[in-house]
Write a protein of this length. Structure first.
Lengths: 253, 665
């Protein structure tokens, strides 16, 4: 009797284990897409921070109403994804601080590396960025310029959205921006609150802000900071356009 | 052994026989253990049973509502012990608590809507059992319930699929894949259902069940939400995609006036029904009674009952909540489990009429006002009684236990500085390090020290701040919530899931506030000054019951939008109306949804840290001061503006590919 029970048990467990032996009939996704985001007005790579902008993709060959996926754009404006399913995708630069871009339809992404570049037009440029250190006081200044004050989108003339604020971004790593900053500096004390239309910022119409925006922040001795300034406009995601990064070494004594 | 073998053989034969014989039975029998439609719909008792389950799951943000997990509908259905700690009050800046993520969970109650549709289609067939009037009342009630479920969805997603009829599961899939209606049409659908309910429901009902004035109250709230969305959606400037282009999310400003007008009409209907504010000689007590007494037909328009109460009303869920235990501190006669996990925040407290806590010194800097006792704050004539009915300030007595809420947070050796020195964004700075003393005392302990040679200085109150022990058990902001605390509770009723204080879903004060806001917004849209002025008649009605000074409308109001970083101008009169809502409806889970529909939540909640109203003793002066310190847990809050229109759940899109996703995510 015992033998019977044991053999039944072994048979049952073997039966259960059988499903583990089977090899998955799907390969891991290995399609590869890469490329960069460039600033249409300068031809340079688009200046951003990690997580501020994405390439949004829709796998059109899989579903009639596909869920969007996002590929983050790196600090230097490039992006890369090596783990996609081969198929046909729609691609769009998404939620970054630039005028709405056009979706590129039906990009065939397969085993071979596909390179897809995108051109975007930033809402703002941060120009004349200066960082002056005096003792433990860092004075940051910049001006804004707008490549376009209006844009024709789907046959409608859309004005540049209201400019919201100018902020400093300080970081202790090589990365710097709205995803990599020292939180103490993100307060209302260290910003320029604008919340107004571009026509009130650039009254003489030369494409640059009339004012130079200056923000003074305290820094600590013996630290090396990476510093940049950013400004944002009131669009869907309110992300920032940035200046280049400056390295500030605060001496120890 | 043979015996056993025989047994197995007999058993085997019996089982085989059982299988074969069962096929002779007819399977198409009415199951005896299930009440079918015919049994339920031919009596009022049966209909109450049918509708009771639908009432239980109404999207009411009540005392159990968990911001990230949703509604509790039964004691073991979504009723989490930490629900109150995760109240929407946290993201509405009313209180310090917990919050994980800023979305609200998926809400897609078409299963309940199907049951309501089934009822609407079937009940006219039971005219042999009910009078025509009764059938119309049932139909009205069903339309109210359906509108309530749709309100729960439309305020989250914008336009949703509108299903008026019971769908046939055998129909072709293409027919079942109902696309989303526009947001405008979805709100209008709610309007039509509620209009039908107001015309057909009974004029009175038992506590817990809805009547035509409940429907009108929902009308004022829902249409105000619709009006605000139309009025302010475009200020967000979301890049148009498929959803916006098809009108599935958002509306245009021109559409706002229509909805605000509906609010005014429904509020008038309720006023005509004889509803009024509950008042009394003692304004503080009168205000607390609004939340602890049955005021059915007076101020209460619709109430959600908790606890066991047999057949007296529509509910029979035996659902309880833990409000007393989660807002009062641990202590004798107070909370017996967890204790004070939701702490009132300065951002709310500062809106009330109260004595000045700071004054300018000769240099023009703000310095804390010196008080002789912490009690001087709430005992002052200047403090509005409603604030005492909403909060326990330090020194107030909790009625059921008789305990005095001593909430002293710490001491300062001296206080030579300004308010800014002591309330900087940092948790500590050189100034605080030098002068401030706080304690790590355990629960139920008072720390006594010798400070600068002065012996016997009490560092903390019995229920006041301790730097140890996390965010539970004692105060972290210097104030406790009093609203909805049961003044007759026995100690046994102050544990987890032991409270059953009913929740006032709609009360007349909210109707007045809805009416005032709609009137003022209408006045702004059309330039009608008399509508603006009328708004303050209702605001002052609310303020009179609260014991607060009446407000006089400012003729040339200033724009105050800068302060809260709003994306559009807000005049100070309108802001006063909004703040009055915050004061009157505090902790009733309106604030988060209000800030959201005004589209000011994301700019307010940008790296936001809650603060408290902390009482300190200044040792060398022998005086007390109040500081609005950062709450010690120091949890920063943000709100993702994409969630003004929540994303359509992916699982639903998998079932119905015709659902278009919202833009901006």
């Amino acid at each position: 009797m015992k033998k019977l029970l044991y053999s039944l048990l072994i048979a049952a467990s073997l039966f259960c284990m059988a499903s583990c032996m089977e090899i998955d009939n799907f390969d891991a996704p290995d399609a590869h897409v890469t490329g960069r985001l460039t600033d249409k007005t300068t031809g340079e790579n688009f200046i951003t921070d990690h997580g501020d902008t994405h390439i949004r993709i829709w796998e059109m060959s899989y579903s009639i109403n596909p869920a969007p996926q996002s590929i983050p754009v790196r600090f230097d404006g490039t992006y890369n994804n090596e783990k996609l399913f081969a198929g046909t995708y729609d691609m769009l630069p998404h939620n970054g601080p630039y005028w709405p871009a056009d979706t590129i339809r039906n990009v065939a992404i397969g085993r071979k590396t596909v390179t897809q570049h995108f051109e975007v037009t930033p809402y703002l440029h941060i120009t004349d960025f200066e960082a002056v250190l005096e003792g433990t006081t860092l004075t940051l200044s910049c001006r804004l310029s707008a490549p376009f004050t209006e844009m024709t989108i789907n046959g409608e003339i859309v004005p540049l959205p209201n400019v919201l604020e100018v902020r400093p971004f300080l970081s202790l790593t090589q990365y710097c921006g709205a995803a990599n900053y020292i939180g103490e500096y993100w307060t209302n004390d260290y910003r320029v609150n604008l919340r107004r239309a571009w026509s009130n910022i650039d009254t003489d119409g030369d494409g640059k802000s009339d004012a130079t925006y200056t923000i003074t922040v305290p820094v600590k001795k013996g630290y090396t900071y990476n510093v940049r300034m950013g400004a944002n406009v009131n669009y869907t995601d309110q992300k920032f356009n940035y200046s280049e990064v400056k390295r500030i070494v605060v001496p120890n004594d | 052994m043979t015996m056993r073998k025989n047994n197995i053989y007999i058993l085997f034969v019996a089982v085989i026989l059982g299988f074969t014989v069962s096929s002779c039975h007819d399977l198409e029998l009415e199951p005896k253990g299930i009440f079918d439609e015919g049994t339920l719909f031919n009596s009022d008792y049966g209909i109450r049973t049918y509708l009771g389950a639908i009432y239980n799951e109404l999207p009411i943000e009540d005392l159990n509502y968990y911001h990230n997990r949703g509604y509790a509908s039964g004691n073991d259905i979504g009723n989490y012990w930490e629900a109150q700690k995760n109240s929407p009050a946290v993201l509405g800046a009313e209180a310090a608590g917990r919050r994980d993520g800023d979305g609200t969970p998926e809400y897609w109650p078409y299963e309940r809507i199907r049951r309501i549709n089934n009822f609407i289609e079937a009940i006219p067939d039971y005219s042999a059992f009910h009078s025509e009037e009764q059938i119309n009342e049932y139909l009205g009630e069903a339309h109210f319930l359906r509108a309530f479920y749709y309100f729960g969805m439309v305020k989250r997603y914008g336009g949703v699929p509108i299903i008026r009829e019971v769908q046939d599961p055998a129909a072709p899939l293409e027919e079942l894949w109902t696309p989303r209606s526009t947001e405008y049409d979805s709100w209008k659908f709610i309007y039509e259902d509620l209009k039908f309910a107001m015309e057909n429901m009974a004029g009175t009902s038992v506590t817990g069940r809805a009547n035509r004035y409940s429907a009108a109250a929902l009308m004022t709230r829902a249409m105000l939400y619709a009006g605000s969305t139309a009025n302010y959606f475009e200020t967000l400037n979301i890049t148009a995609g498929p959803a916006i282009n098809a009108g599935l999310m958002g509306m245009r400003r021109e559409q706002a006036a229509e909805f605000y007008q509906y609010v005014v009409e429904a509020a008038h209907f309720i006023q005509e029904g004889g509803y009024r504010l509950h008042d009394g000689a003692n304004k503080e007590i009168a205000f607390t009674e609004v939340f602890t007494e049955d005021l059915n037909g007076v101020e209460d328009l619709f109430v959600k009952l908790f606890g066991p109460y047999g057949n007296q009303s529509i509910y029979n869920s035996r659902l309880n909540h833990s409000w007393d235990s989660m807002v009062l501190p641990l202590g004798t006669g107070l909370a017996s489990d967890v204790g004070s996990a939701l702490h009132p925040a300065w951002d709310l407290i500062k809106l009330y009429q109260m004595p000045a806590l700071a004054e300018e010194n000769e240099n023009g800097d703000l310095v804390p006002v010196r008080f002789n006792s912490l009690n001087d704050l709430w005992q002052s004539e200047e403090m509005e009684p409603r604030a005492r009915g909403t909060f326990f300030f330090s020194g107030m007595t909790e009625l059921a236990s008789g305990e005095v809420m001593d909430l002293q947070a710490g001491v300062y050796r001296r206080f030579p500085g300004t308010l800014a020195d002591a309330t900087a964004d940092a948790q500590t700075n050189d100034y605080m390090e030098q002068y401030r003393i706080r304690t790590h005392a355990g629960r139920g302990e008072i720390d006594i020290q010798t400070v600068d040679g002065v012996p016997g200085v009490k560092i903390n109150g019995l229920y006041g701040l301790s730097l140890s022990g996390g965010d539970e058990g004692r105060s972290t902001t210097g104030v406790f919530i009093r609203k909805y605390v049961n003044p007759r509770a026995t100690a046994g009723e102050r544990g987890l899931y032991r409270s059953s204080t009913p929740f006032k879903v709609f009360r007349y004060a909210e109707v007045l506030l809805n009416r005032a806001e709609a009137l003022y917004e209408l006045g702004l849209l059309t330039g009608n000054e008399s509508q603006k002025a009328e708004a303050f008649v209702y605001i002052n009605e609310v303020r009179a019951r609260a014991g607060a000074r009446p407000y006089t409308m400012v003729a040339a109001p200033e724009d105050v939008s800068e302060e809260i970083n709003a994306l559009y101008p807000i005049d100070e009169n309108l802001q006063f109306i909004r703040d009055e809502r915050a004061r009157e409806l505090a902790f009733e889970n309106h604030r988060f949804f209000d800030l959201r529909r005004w589209r000011v939540l994301h700019t307010k909640m940008e790296n936001f840290y809650p603060r408290g109203l902390m009482g300190y003793y200044v040792v060398n002066e022998g005086k007390y001061i109040f500081l609005n310190d950062r709450e010690k847990e120091n949890r920063g809050l943000n709100y993702n503006r994409a969630n003004y229109h929540q994303q359509i759940p992916g699982g639903q899109i998998n079932r119905n590919p015709n659902l278009i996703r919202n833009d901006g995510h």
